[in-house]
Design a protein around this ligand. Structure first.
Ligand SMILES: Cc1cc2nc3c(=O)[nH]c(=O)nc-3n(C[C@H](O)[C@H](O)[C@H](O)COP(=O)(O)OP(=O)(O)OC[C@H]3O[C@@H](n4cnc5c(N)ncnc54)[C@H](O)[C@@H]3O)c2cc1C
Length: 370
């Protein structure tokens, strides 16, 4: 009988795993891939949308375009996960699995930051980025805060990138001199594992008059007074607030009993949870790497390689090293091999711009046949 592999979530991790299994096993892959959305959007595309560098429809990659032997995509909302029975309930029915892979990412906890929903904006969801597309053109003077409301959060360099892009955006509109920009981050430096990257970013902030507020997070907003309250009680006035909401695992994961301290603990070498034949990959899991798409993909490759061996035979794959089974990308920060994460920095260059374009294009081609 065919092994039923049910993959929950079609983000970086779920898409890579489904692709890999289809490539290796063809129509025998037996993969059911479930997501509640009708399209995938790269995280960094949200910055393009908010600053009107791309239209919302341009950055959507519809799941309807996934045509892969052995992979069935279902647009359903997962409402319950039973990891003991390997059964998933959705708004449309239930699915029994022989192998369950939870790749549901990290969700946002807006209520954890009082005032954020009423008096601020966030740029970490597609809806938030689309709203900001309307709000940003109305901002012509005063103080903008790019503020992180909790750690861990996805893609640690993204708030720094947002502050730099905001500077460019306001400069192009000729209003930069009438505006201030502050960046509130819960770390001492912009990208702690990479001192060189952090130094370059701090120099870029100084050059552009972007105030960096280190080691603090935004704990609430008082929209009536136009004030952001930091976790030490200090207050920063704002006219425009661009927030990174506090993250947590999706409710359905928290309610499944799989999570501890907000995320799903896994064996960091194999990505197995404490439940037999249940894996967790990417942002939803606790592994010791940052929440970023490249790490979710790496985790997917390790689980994919192990499932291929199980179904086809062959050598057991190498353990998870943050990037996954024998594939080497450009590695700036190494999180798992030493006692402390270490990073290297490459000077900004047009080659790196091309590399970033290639990053998106290669995945569009691999996952969506584009
Ligand atoms: C602004 C920004 C910029 C970023 N830039 C980069 C970058 O340059 N490079 C990089 O590597 N990473 C970047 N990231 C981070 C990256 O997007 C995430 O780390 C990555 O998407 C995580 O992959 P994942 O597969 O674990 O989860 P996700 O990609 O979040 O996928 C989870 C999926 O589960 C689905 N889901 C959740 N709950 C349910 C439910 N109940 N029922 C059905 N479906 C559900 C969601 O719809 C989603 O499609 C960025 C993120 C942001 C916000």
């Amino acid at each position: 009988m065919q092994t039923r592999i049910v993959v929950l979530g079609a983000g970086f991790g779920g898409l890579e795993l489904a692709t890999m299994l289809s490539e290796a096993l063809g129509s025998d892959a037996g993969v059911t891939l479930i997501d509640e959305n009708d399209a995938f959007v790269f995280g960094y595309s949200k910055l393009d949308v908010m600053f009107s560098r791309a239209a919302p429809e341009e950055v959507r990659l519809p799941y309807a375009d996934i045509v892969k032997p052995g992979v069935r995509f279902l647009r359903e909302t997962i409402t319950a996960i039973d990891p003991e029975a390997q059964r998933v309930t959705t708004n449309r029915g239930s699915h029994e699995a022989d192998v369950l892979v939870v790749a549901l990412g990290a969700d946002y906890d807006f209520d954890a930051t009082p005032g954020l929903a009423e008096g601020g904006n966030e740029f970490y969801s597609v809806a938030g980025a689309e709203r900001l597309r309307e709000v940003l053109p109305t901002f012509t003077r005063g103080r903008a805060i790019v503020g992180v409301c909790g750690a861990p959060f996805k893609c640690p360099p993204a708030p720094s990138e947002a502050a730099l892009l905001l500077h460019d955006y306001l400069s192009q509109r000729g209003v930069r001199d009438d505006c201030e920009i502050s960046l509130v981050m819960p770390f001492g430096t912009p990208v702690p594992p990479s001192p060189d990257t952090s130094a370059a970013l701090l120099a870029a902030f100084a050059e552009r008059r972007i105030e960096f507020v280190p080691g603090r997070r935004v704990s609430s907003l008082d929209p009536r007074r136009g004030v952001a309250v930091l976790d030490d009680g200090a207050e920063l006035p704002y006219d425009l607030f661009l927030g990174v909401p506090k993250h947590r695992a999706p409710d359905v994961v928290l309610e499944s009993g799989m999570a501890e301290d907000g995320y799903v603990p896994v064996d960091s070498r194999t990505l197995e949870t404490r439940f037999a034949d249940v894996y967790a990959i990417g942002d939803v899991a606790t592994v010791g790497v940052p929440k970023a798409g490249v790490f979710s993909e790496g985790a997917a490759r390790v689980v994919g390689a192990s499932l291929i061996v199980r179904l086809q035979g062959g050598e057991q794959p190498a353990a998870y090293d943050g990037f996954g089974a024998g594939r080497v990308g450009r590695v700036d920060v190494d999180f798992l091999s030493g006692p402390k994460p270490t990073g290297t920095f490459k000077e900004p260059s047009s080659d790196l711009v091309a590399e970033k374009k290639h990053f998106g294009a290669s995945r569009r081609a691999r996952w969506f046949n584009r």
